[in-house]
Design a protein around this ligand. Structure first.
Ligand SMILES: [Cu+2]
Length: 140
């Protein structure tokens, strides 16, 4: 460990975003969700610390917790992505919340967003808009 500490690692982290997708929103809906897999190929952990999108007033990072029979959502301060590992956002679990969307997300469109990581910096992604789903999203 002592020797390793002397090696200077390059600052470039290797993060990959797989299958970023979202759902079409119902007319008048104010929020949208975002899912993806964040894969970290570097030897150090990284952290998603912020998300922004021109399609929404703000984008929050949420987790889903089971409260009896009800799934509830809570905002968290980003997600930790382990070294040589991944973090998955999926229905019923962690997800991005596009809050106060400018207009409905339509199936087939792409929603642009910028993910900000502690080490890797900014990463641009486009969320593919899928079918309008059942609102298995729980309550906020
Ligand atoms: Cu949420």
């Amino acid at each position: 460990m002592g020797l390793l500490a002397l090696v200077s690692f390059p600052a470039v982290a290797q993060l990959e975003i797989e299958q970023p997708w979202t759902r079409a929103t119902a007319p008048g809906a104010k929020v949208g969700v975002g899912y993806m897999v964040i894969r970290n190929k570097s030897a150090s952990a990284d952290r998603l610390v912020g998300v922004s999108s021109p399609a929404a007033a703000r984008v929050e990072t949420h987790v889903t917790l089971k409260d009896g029979d009800i799934m509830r959502m809570r905002e968290v301060k980003g997600y930790e992505v382990p070294a040589n590992g991944s973090f998955e956002l999926k229905p019923g679990g962690a997800h991005l919340m596009f809050v106060d969307i400018q207009r409905p997300f339509k199936e087939g469109e792409r929603i642009a967003a910028v993910l900000t990581f502690e080490k890797a910096g900014e990463l641009r992604v486009e969320f593919h808009v899928g079918r309008l789903g059942t609102p298995a999203h729980g309550r906020h």
